[in-house]
Design a binder for this molecule. Sequence first.
Ligand code: HEC
Ligand code: HEC
Ligand code: HEC
Ligand code: HEC
Ligand code: HEC
Ligand code: HEC
Length: 266
Amino acid sequence: MAAGGAFFWTAAASVFICACLLLSGCPESAGRVGNDVCLTCHQGTLAPDQRSFVTGTHRFLDCETCHGDGLAHVRNGGRGGLFIFDPRDEPFRENDELCERCHPGEAGQYVQSVHFEEEAVRCTGCHDVHEASETRRPFIDNSLCLHCHAEIEFPTVEDIVAHTFHPYDPTGTRASRCVPCHMPPLRRQDQADGPHSHTFEPIRPIRSNEAMDAGVFPAPPNSCAGIMGCHDGTVPTAPVFNVDNPQDNIILQTIFDERYGEEEED
Ligand code: HEC
Ligand code: HEC
Ligand code: HEC
Ligand code: HEC
Ligand code: HEC
Ligand code: HEC
């Protein structure tokens, strides 16, 4: 069924393209052609391979939702990559606006980050919307972050351990995994789906108390507690701290200040 379907659509796409080229019925530039037409060329030989899109995280979108109408590009045979919106050509600061249309939460936080301010990493530096994996490189073994930060700050495991004050076991107990500390989940329910903090700054334990004082329940996670699988009792060797208990958060904040320094005054 799948192969037959693909053949049908390939054939149908070719007919469609030919019809557009031969007849005068197609508008000059505006007009959509659909994913199947894009993928007749974007299969690695004629044009960059994007077939992984059909199993990717954004498979339910049209290519043209992000790339704009493709008819003119297709009528030109794709030559020179002309007549199609390429987000890579956008200036750095405009680049994330495409993602912001559908992910305003992550985008709103990201613009507060050093990654944005220093024009160091775009959304697409960590995410490839054409692929099935959530991030370009795995984050559970730190390779996503260390791809850049090994060279900048952490050339050795010893450097990481000195930074985190934890043993190094990112794929096992999660100790010294960058993401739980730097991108903790913003709520305790459905952590697999996020949302995860995109400022990349750790969230201090005292923030959970401040949120509870403001009436938020259950208490939102911080970088130490309230994250499934860190200090919640599921790791036998890790001390347990209850994020709903203000006293536990005060103890954690004291340890945090000793290890990583107190918060700077604004
Ligand atoms: C007739 C074949 C063909 C079809 C159909 C086609 N493309 Fe292309 N596309 C190309 C070629 C060839 C390039 C240029 C590749 C290069 O220069 O390396 C290209 C380049 C691109 C680029 C990069 C532009 C740049 O600045 O280099 C994007 C984005 C793109 N296509 C998207 C699409 C989308 C979306 C569709 C469907 C609406 C589509 N293409 C349909 C052949 C095609
Ligand atoms: C959710 C938005 C989105 C969708 C949907 C999308 N793209 Fe892209 N595309 C991007 C962004 C952002 C870039 C530039 C950064 C990058 O390469 O990931 C890009 C880059 C590209 C490029 C140039 C990169 C290269 O490998 O040469 C091509 C070609 C392309 N897209 C084709 C497609 C095709 C074909 C589809 C549908 C099958 C598609 N895109 C669907 C956002 C999207
Ligand atoms: C037209 C809407 C739209 C645009 C534009 C868009 N996305 Fe998405 N994206 C979605 C939807 C819908 C989902 C799936 C539901 C969800 O998890 O929110 C999703 C999911 C994701 C996920 C989570 C995937 C997973 O495995 O859970 C990431 C990461 C993501 N998008 C990044 C991006 C980035 C980066 C861009 C910009 C290049 C972008 N998106 C542009 C609609 C969009
Ligand atoms: C594409 C390269 C790249 C990737 C991937 C990357 N970073 Fe960065 N990051 C940078 C650069 C460049 C800077 C700015 C220089 C600096 O201060 O370290 C930066 C800055 C930071 C800062 C702020 C440093 C400060 O001075 O306050 C934090 C925190 C950070 N990154 C964490 C992370 C985490 C966590 C990940 C993985 C989820 C990650 N980064 C992935 C390149 C990258
Ligand atoms: C146990 C929690 C924890 C882990 C794990 C962790 N960090 Fe940090 N990191 C912090 C804290 C806390 C700060 C200080 C932030 C502040 O001052 O608000 C920090 C600061 C940073 C900075 C800013 C510059 C500096 O050296 O002070 C960078 C860059 C950084 N971390 C990257 C990483 C990377 C990459 C990883 C994974 C290899 C990682 N961190 C793992 C807690 C952690
Ligand atoms: C430095 C790397 C990095 C950058 C830059 C980055 N993200 Fe993410 N993003 C991640 C990681 C890692 C996760 C997965 C966190 C987890 O599941 O623990 C994630 C998760 C997501 C998700 C899934 C929902 C969630 O919040 O967990 C979406 C959507 C998303 N990112 C969108 C974006 C958008 C939009 C941008 C730019 C405005 C962006 N990201 C920039 C690393 C990054």
